[in-house]
Design a protein around this ligand. Sequence first.
Ligand code: FEO
Length: 172
Amino acid sequence: MLNEKIAKLINEQVNKELYSGYLYLDFANYYADEGLDGFAHWYEVQAQEERDHAMMMRRYLLDNGYRVTFDAIAKPDKTFSKHSEPLDAGFEHEKYVTSLINEIYSQAFVIKDFKTMQFLDWFIKEQGEEEKNADDMVKKYKMFGHDAKGLYALNQELAARVYTPSATGPAM
Ligand code: FEO
């Protein structure tokens, strides 16, 4: 059985991952409205990945005898006036998510919950990639986003992102 406190933190993280998906879909809505379909697509794929993260945590809880409960998902409340703003917000959000995962990991470490630590190893690595991807978006926009041709090329590049299900995630 899972420690109750750890299980509760992971259950809360399920909600936060679903919120992340919601947030990124909101970014996609903004870019679609701006005519930047490649940026919109990139965030639609990101939203799918966030749902995968939530489902992996839900499955871990279920497989360890914990009754998962769902809370309301918060409304994304950001408004954007520049194309760079969702990119900056995305990078900040991923750093925040990393801090949440790290906190669960450190709690698991304190009580010697090695099984949960092993489960979270995948997420620790994933957060490294998520932060890098978000940082790359910020950097690329800084380099290419302020010129119409550069923005067009970047939009094309982002349109090519392929969704790969996180099925190879952690062993339960
Ligand atoms: Fe599920 Fe973007 O972290």
